[in-house]
Design a protein around this ligand. Sequence first.
Ligand code: PMP
Length: 383
Amino acid sequence: MKSRKLLMIPGPIEFEPSVLRAMGSATTSHVAPNFIETFGHSLDMMKSVWQCPAGQPFILAGSGTLGMDTAAANLIERGDRALVISTGYFGDRFADILTRYGAEVKILKAETGGVVHPDRIEEELRRGHYKLLTFTHVDTSTAVLVDPVPMGLLGKKYGVLTVLDGVCSVAGEEIRQEEWGIDIVFTASQKAIGVPPGLALLVASPEAIAAWKNRTTPVGSYYSDWSNWLPIMNAYSNRKPSYFGTPAVNLVAALEVSLQLILKEGLEARFARHHKTGKAFRAGIRALGLGQVPLNDAIASNTLSAPLYPAGITGGQLLPLINEAGVILAGGLLPEIKDQYFRIGHMGSVNQGDIVTTMSAIESGLRGCGYEFVGGAGIGAAL
Ligand code: PMP
């Protein structure tokens, strides 16, 4: 029996063989000419994938939380005000991080599965003197998608820096950082970027860099401080050797290959493919009679889905059966509804075969739990 299972969680995802091969190649020196080229080329390609030609990219060894930490540490000085738009677990985490760096944080929380209306955000921005506005493009705990366009416009209107947590969206959901006027967009390698866990990837606008330069107090984190990293990124961009902290050499080699694959597919084609995949999963889940965490399709993400368990069936019963059928899915994450739903990640190189395999495993698991439905309905609707 084939022992390998299909990994369909919202990160880490299934990786392309060429990416894994690059990662497995002989480790070179971080100042070797071929590695300098790989790093510099990856920085160049990030500007294209983020659609932010004037932006400053950073490649750091760490997870997505380091992206959040870097944004907060470099832009916040004690007493600065930050407005956090929370559509789930990761919005709440951002509030904690900003507070740690001395920000006065106000959280606007969406109802579970919903978004915060831009009018409510504008009302708050009008009232307070905010320096920073953060939002989660796709909150991985709710599968809720936030429209970044009004955020960028509000940021410009009120002179507030905007930060998009794109850990579950970059290279899956449409992002036009420069056109939309978003100051920071960060992600982690293990998601739609398609590289094993271990890299935090961030692009900062010229305004964000200027705000950091205008600080009057030192950055509160040594590792995240752009004073340490900016010269390194500039050196690699100019194809020169440099050192501050040893880069994750093999992961950067894998990143170069994955970014090439992303650009070869084409951003528009990639967004459209994710859109189609998200729609297929939502249709399949609905056809099986299952509800979903996002309150409607217009705010449902295309990189993951969050189906509700049918009445009387628990994750403890269903998920192991799906696993036995060959597909690994994730349980719930948002504390208040954790036991009511599960999550299917469908970002990166997911294809039609993966969609069918996953829906089939879900149907098989539901059948094993005694749930009644028309066999093949989910697969058929997804197709
Ligand atoms: N933000 C979002 C939206 C995420 O999905 C995650 C990880 N699932 C993070 C931040 C944190 O990333 P990491 O686990 O890589 O630290």
